[in-house]
Design a protein around this ligand. Structure first.
Ligand SMILES: [Zn+2]
Length: 219
């Protein structure tokens, strides 16, 4: 087991944003083979909580923008993220940590893609997003995509820029991941699969580690 604090000289803060909530029912799979329907927030929040666990085991500081089932409004999520980030930066400065040129925090928003409301659209694969003018966000989104393409074999849709609220309004390097389509049947099945949720959570943390120049695979 590695200790990121030992490697970097400070514990990086990983802010995890599990998108949506129980009250956003339009974000869901079409019925699966057994009739079950999975809402997007179930995947997003489970993966966020798992990633928080894996990251904290490696010495990260962590923060969840929306830890319960409610759909926390976007401004509340990003204002809280920015507040926690500034407080943590001030704390490290008081402790005398040299922060010059260092990214003390990263922000990862977790989603699941959709194009339509049935299984006819046939779009599939993994993509990540960054804010158009953020080169650090682009690097983080690239590291996350590289990690997400390990394990389960899925189509690579690439790293894309997008003027998305959570990417625009966060003050730290930020990226958003879409590790599958809920209206593509095989990936809808993956969305409900515990092993896939664990895999994505590990890959998020591995991608963030890579952003900090650390190559490490979580067992
Ligand atoms: Zn979403």
């Amino acid at each position: 087991m590695i200790d990121v604090k030992e490697i970097l000289g400070f514990a990086p803060l990983l802010i995890l944003d599990g998108g949506h909530g129980i009250t956003t029912p339009e974000r869901r799979t079409p019925p699966l083979g057994d009739g079950r329907v999975i809402q997007e927030y179930e995947f997003n929040k489970t993966v966020a909580a798992l990633a928080e666990l894996y990251a904290s085991q490696l010495g990260f500081e962590t923060y969840l923008t929306s830890p319960d089932e409610t759909d926390t409004p976007l401004p509340e999520r990003t204002e809280a993220a920015n507040r926690v980030y500034r407080e943590y930066r001030d704390q490290l400065q008081r402790e005398g940590v040299d922060l010059s040129g260092k990214d003390i925090a990263t922000f990862v928003s977790i989603h699941y893609n959709t194009l339509g409301s049935d299984y006819q659209t046939r779009a599939s694969g993994v993509e990540t997003f960054y804010y158009p003018t953020s080169s650090k966000g682009q690097r983080l989104a690239t590291n996350l995509l590289d990690a997400l393409l390990r394990g389960t074999s899925q189509r690579n849709r690439g790293v894309k820029s997008g003027n998305l609220y959570v990417l625009r309004t966060t003050e730290m390097p930020a990226a958003l991941i879409e590790p599958g389509f809920m209206d593509y049947r095989p990936e809808a099945e993956l969305m409900g699969n515990d092993a896939y949720r664990e895999e994505v959570a590990k890959e998020i943390v591995e991608g963030v580690l890579q952003y900090y120049g650390i190559k490490h695979r979580i067992e």
